[in-house]
Design a protein around this ligand. Structure first.
Ligand code: GLC
Length: 487
C-alpha cells in the first residue's frame, strides 16, 4: 500500500503547531506496519540548512495555474526511514514562517496543484492521498476535476484529516476560479461556497472519500453548533463517513529515561522527578522546595487553550499552596497576564514567554500537575507528553482531552488525571484545588502514577486504525458521491 501525506508542516523541518508533531511521527509508525508512506511539504525558507543541504532535486516541471505557467521543483530527502518531498517555488515559499501572507490562497493553491502534478514526475503513484487541514484541502477537489478520469490515476482514494476546524482557508470565490480552473458548478452552496466566499477545507470535506479528525469526541463535537465553526450542518450530513482517531506521541522522542534535556533521567522514580523539580526551581528563581506541587502550562498562549479561565481566577490560584511555571508565546494579552503574575507573585509563578524545547522538556519532567483547560481541543499533545513524564493532567472534558485523560476517583483509585466539564473558571479552580490537596495524599498519588504508567499513548494503536481505514478505502471500488449531499 502506497500512501502520500500532503501537509503544510512536519517536525523536524518546520513547526507552528501540533500538526507538525503528527506529520513528523505518524508516518514512522505506519512504515512499521508495512505501508510505503511518503510526505510532501512546501519547501520553506525556515527549514534548517542541515536538511536543505542534503536534499536532492528529484524533478522539475511547470504548473499551470490559470494564466500562470509556474516553475515547480520537487526536492527529496530520506529522513529516519521516511521519504520526504519538498515543493519548491521560491516566489511562494522563500519567506519566513508558514502562513499569514496576503497571498496565502495562491501559495497553497500552488501547493495543492503541485502535489498532484508531481505524480508523473517522481515515480510514485499512491493508492491513497492523505490530506491534512485546509492547506491540502483542495487536493481532493483537483483530483476529482482533473485526475480521476485518467486511467493510471483513477484508483487513487483521498482522505482528509481535520486537525483544527477553526482554520478553514476561506477566500474570495474569484480566486478559486482563477487558480483552480473550476467552473461555477463547484462554487455554489452545496460545493465550495461558504459565507459568500469559498473554502479550501470545505472542498476537502466534500470531495474526499473519507474524513477523519484527531479524536472520537471531537468528531462528535464538530457536528454540533457550539464546536462546528458553522460547518456542523455539513459535517452532520457527512457523519456516515467521518470518524475520530486519537493522536499518539513518538515514545522514543518523548522518553524521560532518554531525554538529553533533563538534569536527571527517570522513568517511574518520584525521587528523581523531585530532583528535576528542585533544579528547575533554582534555575527559574522560585523557592526551592521539593514538596510543593509544581503546576505547569506549556502551550501557545491563545484563546483556544482556555487561558481566559485562568485570567478570571488568577488571584485565587495564587492563594493555593503550589508553584506555577508557564512556557509559551502567543496573544499579547495572555503574555502580559503571565508577566504581570510573575512580577506580582515572584515566589509563586515563573513566566517563560518563549518557545524553548529544552526548557519545555524540563518543565514536563519537573512538574507534578499539567493544566489544559481548553475551550476546545481536537486532540492535544501536551497532556500525552505530561502523562509520559508522570505529570498529572488537569483538563477540561473536551475533544481529545476527554478521550485521553480518565478522571481520578478517590473511591476506586482509578484514573489518570483531574477533569471538569463546563467551561467555567470556578469549576476549574475547584478541580485544581482538589488536585493540590490530593498531591499530599501519598496513596492517591501513587495510584495516579501507576495508572499513568499502564497507559499506552504511543502511535501503535492509532496507526493500526489508520491502516484499517486505508485498506477499507482502497479496497472499496465505489467512489463517494459528494455533491449530492446537503451542505
Ligand atoms: C491542532 C489541534 C490540537 C491537535 C493537533 C494535532 O493543533 O489544536 O488539538 O493535537 O492539531 O492533531
Amino acid at each position: 500500500m502506497k500512501v502520500l501525506f500532503a501537509a503544510s508542516e512536519a517536525v523536524p523541518f518546520i513547526k507552528t503547531g501540533g500538526l507538525a508533531d503528527v506529520i513528523g511521527s505518524l508516518p514512522k509508525s505506519l512504515v512499521k506496519q508495512g505501508i510505503d508512506v511518503r510526505v510532501m511539504l512546501p519547501k520553506y525558507e525556515d527549514i534548517p540548512a542541515a536538511f536543505t543541504e542534503r536534499m536532492e532535486l528529484a524533478a522539475t516541471f511547470t504548473v499551470q495555474m490559470g494564466w500562470r505557467s509556474l516553475y515547480c521543483g520537487i526536492f527529496k530527502l530520506e529522513h529516519e526511514g521516511i521519504t520526504f518531498y519538498f515543493v519548491d517555488n521560491e516566489f511562494y515559499f522563500r519567506r519566513r514562517g508558514c502562513y499569514g501572507y496576503g497571498d496565502d490562497a495562491e501559495r497553497f493553491a500552488f501547493y495543492c496543484r503541485a502535489v498532484l502534478d508531481a505524480m508523473p514526475h517522481i515515480d510514485f503513484v499512491p493508492d491513497l492521498i492523505h490530506c491534512h487541514d485546509w492547506q491540502a484541502g483542495m487536493i481532493p477537489v483537483l483530483y476529482r476535476a482533473h485526475f480521476s478520469y485518467q486511467p493510471e490515476y483513477a484508483h487513487i482514494k483521498t482522505l482528509i484529516t481535520i486537525h483544527n476546524l477553526k482554520y478553514q482557508g476561506v477566500f474570495g470565490k474569484e480566486l478559486f476560479k482563477d487558480y483552480f480552473a473550476l467552473g461555477d458548478e463547484h462554487l455554489h452552496g452545496y460545493a465550495l461556497e461558504i459565507h459568500g466566499g469559498a473554502s479550501f477545507l470545505k472542498g476537502g470535506l466534500l470531495y474526499s472519500d473519507y474524513i477523519t479528525t484527531v479524536s472520537p469526541t471531537y468528531a462528535e463535537e464538530i457536528q454540533t453548533p457550539y464546536y462546528g465553526e458553522s460547518m456542523d450542518g455539513l459535517l452532520r450530513s457527512q457523519g456516515g463517513r467521518l470518524a475520530g482517531i486519537v493522536n499518539g506521541i513518538d515514545y522514543e522522542e518523548y522518553d524521560p529515561m532518554n531525554d538529553p534535556h533533563l538534569e536527571v533521567r527517570y522513568r517511574d522514580s518520584l525521587l528523581k522527578k523531585q530532583q528535576n523539580k528542585t533544579k528547575l526551581q533554582e534555575k527559574l528563581g522560585l523557592p526551592v522546595n521539593k514538596d510543593v506541587p509544581l503546576i505547569a502550562l506549556v502551550t501557545r498562549l491563545v484563546d483556544q487553550k482556555g487561558l481566559a479561565l485562568i485570567d478570571r481566577v488568577i488571584a485565587d490560584l495564587m492563594e493555593l499552596d503550589a508553584q506555577w511555571v508557564i512556557v509559551g508565546t502567543g496573544e499579547h494579552r495572555y503574555e502580559e497576564l503571565f508577566r504581570w503574575a510573575a512580577s506580582a507573585y515572584p515566589d509563586k509563578l515563573s513566566a517563560q514567554i518563549k518557545f524553548d524545547e529544552g526548557l519545555a522538556r524540563q518543565v514536563y519532567a519537573s512538574s507534578d500537575l499539567f493544566l489544559m483547560p481548553s475551550l476546545f481541543e481536537p486532540c492535544g499533545i501536551g497532556q500525552l507528553i505530561a502523562m509520559r513524564y508522570r505529570s498529572v493532567p488537569i483538563v477540561r472534558e473536551t475533544g481529545g482531552l476527554k478521550d485521553t485523560v480518565t478522571p481520578y476517583s478517590e473511591e476506586t483509585g482509578e484514573g489518570t488525571g483531574f477533569t471538569f466539564a463546563n467551561y467555567n473558571a470556578h469549576d476549574m479552580l475547584y478541580t485544581i484545588n482538589r488536585a493540590v490537596t490530593l498531591y499530599r495524599d501519598a496513596d492517591a498519588w501513587s495510584n495516579l502514577m501507576s495508572n499513568m504508567k499502564k497507559k499506552d499513548f504511543s502511535w501503535r494503536k492509532s496507526a493500526q486504525q489508520y491502516v484499517e481505514l486505508y485498506e477499507n478505502l482502497v479496497s472499496s471500488s465505489v467512489a463517494h458521491a459528494s455533491t449530492s449531499t446537503n451542505a
